[in-house]
Design a protein around this ligand. Structure first.
Ligand SMILES: Cc1cc2nc3c(=O)[nH]c(=O)nc-3n(C[C@H](O)[C@H](O)[C@H](O)COP(=O)(O)O)c2cc1C
Length: 161
């Protein structure tokens, strides 16, 4: 799959098949995702693989669409607000890499932002100073939602003198 095709056909999938994702495959996507850009090689991502007990406590309203794997992606603490922003930016690049790698392999991801609530941080044991970028269901899609049209980029683009 070409990069442009991967980028434009990746969807936030809501429902997954029960088929497992092998840990080796998952680890391979995470390993490759870590080639994301990151300033001063801080590599500010950390991943929690959510087991059944923790998943039940999180009690996501749709149980991540039945995804066989659930991970949380964290951004590590920083000394300054500027550095913290840079960490979050780098982890966002990591996440996009991960989502595209899964998509290329015929799998898919479902992004949930609810992991950042104080209750869910506590359930996952997220230490102070870490940002929860997202909690992701990962699996093979049972159905792929239709693409949501994007605003033509010309409307987002300004030329500076
Ligand atoms: C920071 C961030 C948080 C998101 N949180 C959620 C969420 O809590 N629940 C959800 O269904 N989708 C969430 N999404 C996914 C978006 O809803 C989805 O990407 C958007 O609808 C566009 O659809 P597409 O990814 O299939 O193109 C999130 C995406 C981002 C970047």
């Amino acid at each position: 799959m070409e990069v442009k095709q991967a980028v434009t056909t990746r969807r936030n999938v809501k429902q997954f098949k029960p088929d497992p994702i092998e840990r080796e495959l998952l680890n391979g996507w995470l390993e490759a995702a870590s080639y994301a850009p990151n300033h001063r090689m801080t590599e500010p991502w950390e991943i929690l693989v959510i087991g059944p007990e923790t998943r039940a406590k999180l009690n996501h309203k749709e149980d991540f669409g039945g995804a066989p794997v659930v991970i949380a992606v964290l951004s590590t603490p920083a000394q300054t607000p500027f550095d913290r922003d840079e960490h979050v930016m780098a982890v966002s690049c990591f996440v996009q890499n991960f989502m595209l790698l899964a998509h290329e392999a015929g799998a898919a991801t479902r992004w949930a932002s609810f992991g950042s609530s104080p209750r869910n941080r506590e359930i996952m044991g997220v230490p102070e100073g870490f940002d929860v970028i997202g909690v992701f269901g990962v699996g093979y899609p049972a159905e792929v939602p239709a693409v949501k049209a994007r605003t033509p980029i010309a409307e987002k683009l300004r030329e500076l003198p």
